[in-house]
Design a binder for this molecule. Structure first.
Ligand code: IMP
Length: 427
């Protein structure tokens, strides 16, 4: 039985941490398959709030094995400080497994991320500055450093030399920065080896054996569908595949094993960083969504750009991920609006367009076509079942479901673990 994928259906920050954590109790393994410490999950357990950047949310559920798959990029210093922060709060992290094939974010990858963004000026992507893109670039260029390299000093030194050869040329000649010394990087990386050793494993084997034994494995996507390097709003994307196929390559599990793909969908839309966003609001409604929804990045502390729900994007997410269900989050944030606009199509150069245009130029010109849905003013945070919701909130959910192309199986009505309406069980 079941391998499930949980992923962001918009531009990330849809509330995946809550959804993953909600399932954590009944799940044997929670696996991150891409991204790095650019992801930010806030998980609220009782009166405790945890901000996770790199670790899978399952780390908070006793009995669950958290796994960092081969598709993830790992900054060892961030990982170790996240682990010790949790240990200090009494969370047992000893079950964590890290793929020996995961790539390491080295200090020079972080430097390159920052200098290239600065160099791009107005054309910058607005990255999180954590070295994610340069680390994936090294991986594809076959000059990346993997977790397993920490255990062979000679190989590690050769690889760091190979990676720094070209980078030092670029840093000194193009960006006017100081060269980075190989020994310094190797020394720092070797310093992490012993601390990480207890966690390093053949995660592909572990996960496939677990699936053969009918264990429940949950793959947790970072970022979101529209930030996917292939299917997102390129070039304003992250450098990995948060979409469902990424779970297969990023964890070494075949597509035939995946039984359910759940898209996390915020009841409105947010985005961090640069790039097109048709329903973005620049008025007091946008400000109110930001304030009520607490829309500030967990990882970067940047304010998120906010806008109304975009059904075109949700339909697209259903298609590229083969979504079987949605988890609709933050419905409570919309309480109090008399009418709620929902984008049902775009107008592009005078034409009505129902589906996401593949052309970047068209998408940049897309203007939202709104349908107004009646709002509600009742507090919905205590609702336990769909029928507890006010009629207009029910109608809003049903309308989103119809427009988005997959059933909404759960609804978030507040930040707490228990503030969720479950309609269909995910397991
Ligand atoms: P990078 O992933 O740091 O390279 O940043 C590339 C783009 O993805 C930027 O627009 C970031 O703001 C965005 N991004 C990266 N991680 C997240 C996330 O977890 N949530 C939302 N946006 C993200």
């Amino acid at each position: 039985m079941p391998a499930l994928v949980l992923l962001g259906a918009q531009w990330g920050d849809e509330g995946k941490g809550k959804a993953t954590d909600l399932l954590g109790g009944s799940v044997d393994y929670v696996v991150r398959y891409q991204g790095g410490n650019n992801a930010g999950h806030t998980v609220v357990v009782g009166d405790q709030k945890y901000a996770l950047h790199l670790l899978p949310s399952g780390i908070l559920s006793p009995g669950c094995t958290p796994v960092i798959g081969n598709g993830v990029v790992v900054d060892p210093s961030v990982l170790l400080s996240e682990l010790s922060g949790l240990n200090e709060r009494g969370v047992d992290t000893s079950k964590l497994l890290i793929s020996g094939n995961a790539h390491i974010i080295t200090p020079y990858n972080v430097t390159v991320d920052k200098v290239t963004e600065r160099f791009l000026g107005k054309r910058k992507i607005g990255t999180t500055g954590r070295g994610i893109g340069p680390t994936y670039a090294d991986k594809i260029n076959r000059v990346g450093i993997r977790v397993q390299d920490l255990y062979d000093e000679s190989i590690l030194t050769q690889k760091v030399e190979a990676a720094l050869d070209a980078k030092n040329q670029m840093l000194t000649k193009l960006y006017n920065r100081r060269a980075i010394a190989v020994e310094q990087v190797v020394g720092e990386l070797l310093g992490y080896a012993d601390k990480l050793a207890p966690y390093v494993a053949d995660t592909v084997l572990v996960l496939n054996e677990a699936l053969e034994q009918d264990k429940v494995v949950l793959f947790e996507g970072g970022q979101g569908t529209l930030l996917d390097i292939d299917h997102g709003t390129y070039p304003f994307v992250t450098s990995s595949n948060p979409t469902a196929g990424g779970a297969c390559t990023g964890a070494g599990v075949g597509p035939t094993k995946i039984s359910r793909v759940i898209g996390i969908l915020k009841a409105y839309t947010t985005r961090v960083g640069a790039g097109p966003f048709p329903t973005e609001l620049f008025d007091e409604d946008g400000e109110a969504l930001r304030r009520i929804g607490g829309e500030r990045g967990v990882t970067t502390g940047r304010d998120r750009r906010c806008g109304w729900f975009d059904a075109v994007i949700a339909r697209y997410a259903t298609r590229v991920n083969g979504l079987t269900d949605f988890f609709l989050t933050k419905l409570d944030v919309l309480t109090g609006w008399e009418q709620i606009p929902v984008c049902v199509a775009y107008e592009i150069d005078g034409r009505r367009v129902e589906e996401l245009p593949y052309s970047q130029t068209d998408f940049h010109h897309a203007k939202p076509v709104y349908e107004m849905l009646p709002g509600w003013s009742e507090d919905i945070s205590k609702a336990k079942s769909f029928s507890d919701l006010p009629k207009n909130a029910q109608a809003y959910v049903k309308a989103l479901e119809e427009m988005s192309g997959a059933p909404i199986s759960a609804i978030g009505v507040g930040p707490g673990r228990d503030e969720t309406i479950e309609i269909n069980s995910f397991l």
